[in-house]
Design a protein around this ligand. Sequence first.
Ligand code: SF4
Length: 494
Amino acid sequence: MTVTQESPRTYEVRTYGCQMNVHDSERLSGLLEGAGYVAVTEGETADVVVFNTCAVRENADNRLYGNLGHLRPAKVRNPRMQIAVGGCLAQKDQGEIVRKAPWVDVVFGTHNIGSLPVLLERARIEGEAQVELKESLEVFPSTLPTRRESAYAAWVAISVGCNNTCTFCIVPSLRGKEKDRRPGDVLAEVRTLVDQGVLEVTLLGQNVNTYGVEFGDRLAFGKLLRACGDVEGLERVRFTSPHPAAFTDDVIAAMAETPNVMHQLHMPLQSGSDRVLKAMRRSYRAERYLGIIERVRAAMPDAAISTDIIVGFPGETEDDFQATLDVVRESRFANAFTFQYSIRPGTPAATMDDQIPKEVVQERYERLVALQEEISWAENKKQVGRTLEILVAEGEGRKDEATRRLSGRAPDNRLVHFAVGEETPRPGDMVTVEVTYAAPHHLVADGAVRELRRTRAGDAWQARVAPQPSGVLLGMPTIGRPATSPSSSGCSAR
Ligand code: SF4
């Protein structure tokens, strides 16, 4: 479907929430570019603004309606403008969005993102808002065209939806039961990406450890990791989000024995108290969680482990909280995403008794953050003197008067700011450096770059940023993107 002879209409996708949404937004941009739209130039107001929403945080609703309110004057000024709302909040609120914001043109859900271009055109022709949602997945999002954010690192969805029923989480009711992609499809996409210059992929699912249940292979995830090991040119494999209840030893062995699978694990704990884990319906206990950590470290002593923790879940006592601090002390996490529990309408926990007062949650949260900060820093200090190969990222590193630095990720996904020598590496290239300083949340390498390895990923990035005919901008500007690194959880703790 092509847009009429006028200059191509511009689009912008605003992404909120987890990695699954970031991945879906790449599809939404791919769909729109496939329909003849072009990415808007930064700072301009696009002809089509798409909100890919998150429904997790209590104030997710307020934020969406606030942003829609801000856009209304622009729409009055530009009658060609269209506004579309998709994602989890659209799946939850459905027609309510058009009732509250009648200047919205399209509402689509998490199961039918492929319908966006058709719905936009129908709304334009009929001059009427289009609200279309599905109760189950129409097509696997990975079969849709995509406009990837990065030239050298990519998300590859292996499943969507979740079969768990954690009491604080709204994902199962909005993204449905788990649907698994066949390993052949996943590997075909991975090979295509590597052919395009990508050298790092993150396998994505709400719960990657149950991957394969749908097609009857309990060991499918470990096998998939090993199969990624045979993909020529693929240098780094990561995955998110594992679940402690379904985490099996074959996955630990696959991580340890497959050279391009990184020794890095982001495994949500949520709470260290067995009583709270039971109330959260997380179907594992602290002992099992610590057992997995122990076996991972035995197989990969250099592994960096990070997690998600919720503080202040309904009914959490000081003893429960102490149990969380104990698990944190014992786990020695490299990093932790910590959250204050907030009521999520539509979840069982929202109506539980004994909601904890905000000031109590805040005080506990501060104690947890202080403890984890101490541990992160101590674990980072152990990296000083290590020689690491860094995948160079986009954007400048932490610089000061004397030193220009770029930044990138170590194999264990730690953030490293390194001093730039005579030659400037491109995003996607690899540099070998020695760590000279450790901060709580990043490392610094101020010595000379030991080796600069130009890669096909660097070439792909260069080809992407090379000057294009006027007005066309490659890559997609996203606003409201979560400040998270690719490895943080696809699971909905936030
Ligand atoms: S928290 Fe994660 S595992 Fe639990 S229901 Fe939500 S998506 Fe599934």
